[in-house]
Design a binder for this molecule. Structure first.
Ligand SMILES: [Fe+2]
Length: 287
């Protein structure tokens, strides 16, 4: 077996074939880690993984986040989060099920856990069951977006800090899904607006739907700038659309990409992805 890397767009994302993620020697893993830092999104087709194997591969990148017990995962706290539109008895959820509404929130561009003080480094999704069409995942390169920004905008953003807030993004998306307890668990947190990759020094614009306003700027002005930057960063030329096949493992760098789920007939066809999340190495700005 020989590992091969094929670029999926001119600016980011690559497909990796010729590997079995359940059996990786250190040299092959080093090659994958290097590709992850370079391409930000890696797609590995035809991986036969159970949860333990997915956890074992994910752990090689760092410590894992535990899922928050919330309505969309049946309040289970563990390392694998099941992204599913089936209820615990295996039936499709109804359109007015709060868990369906929760999934709709994931159709906004975001970076996983950016509403936490230490946001996620990487997320890994393994496709288990898919609808006949739709349900793709789209990614946008925040490095390509940053590189394309005019110089004066780069200067303006250099030391800027955005405030990310889970309740803000959920309410902004039109879903009143947070409660007081969640508000307490996820207070607003500061995040650098420009992030530098510690391995290769590449800079990325760090925005997304959890970003509410900008520290030191009038709220309206900051919000307008964030909206503008989000639109800029998600232009077609910076994106990659992944059409899932069962067995695909796709991992993405939350420090360098945004992603969103694309629509499908959520009340008609099962769609199940298993997700693991690698913790970030520290806060993006000092306290
Ligand atoms: Fe996500």
């Amino acid at each position: 077996m020989k590992l091969s890397v094929r670029k999926l767009t001119p600016v980011f994302a690559a497909e990796i074939t010729g590997v079995d993620l359940t059996r990786l020697d250190d040299a092959t893993f080093a090659h994958i880690e290097d590709a992850f830092e370079t391409y930000s999104v890696l797609a590995f087709p035809q991986q036969n993984l159970d949860d333990d194997a997915q956890i074992a591969f994910s752990r090689r990148f760092g410590e894992l986040e535990k899922t928050q017990g919330h309505i969309a995962n049946n309040f289970q706290v563990k390392h694998v989060s099941e992204i599913s539109n089936l209820d615990p008895s295996g039936k499709l959820m109804a359109a007015d099920d709060p868990r369906v509404l929760y999934r709709l929130g994931q159709r906004n561009w975001h970076s996983d856990s950016s509403f936490k003080r230490v946001p996620a480094k990487a997320s890994l999704l393994h496709a288990r069951k898919l609808p006949p069409d739709g349900g793709d995942t789209q990614f946008a390169s925040l490095r390509a977006a940053y590189d394309a920004l005019p110089a004066e905008r780069k200067r303006l953003l250099e030391d800027k800090v955005a405030i990310h807030h889970y309740a803000y993004s959920r309410r902004n998306g039109g879903y009143e899904l947070t409660n007081e307890e969640e508000d307490k668990r996820f207070p607003p947190v500061p995040q650098a607006m420009v992030r530098v990759n510690p391995v290769n020094g590449r800079e990325a614009l760090y925005v997304g739907s959890h970003a509410s306003h900008i520290r030191g700027m009038p709220e309206d002005e900051g919000r307008a700038l964030l909206k503008d930057l989000l639109e800029f960063a998600t232009q077609e030329q910076f994106t990659y659309l992944h059409h899932w096949k069962v067995g695909d493992l796709v991992m993405y760098d939350n420090r360098a990409v945004l992603h969103r789920a694309r629509p499908y007939k959520i009340t008609e066809h099962p769609r199940i992805l298993h997700r693991t999340t690698v913790m970030g190495e520290g806060p993006t700005v000092p306290a």
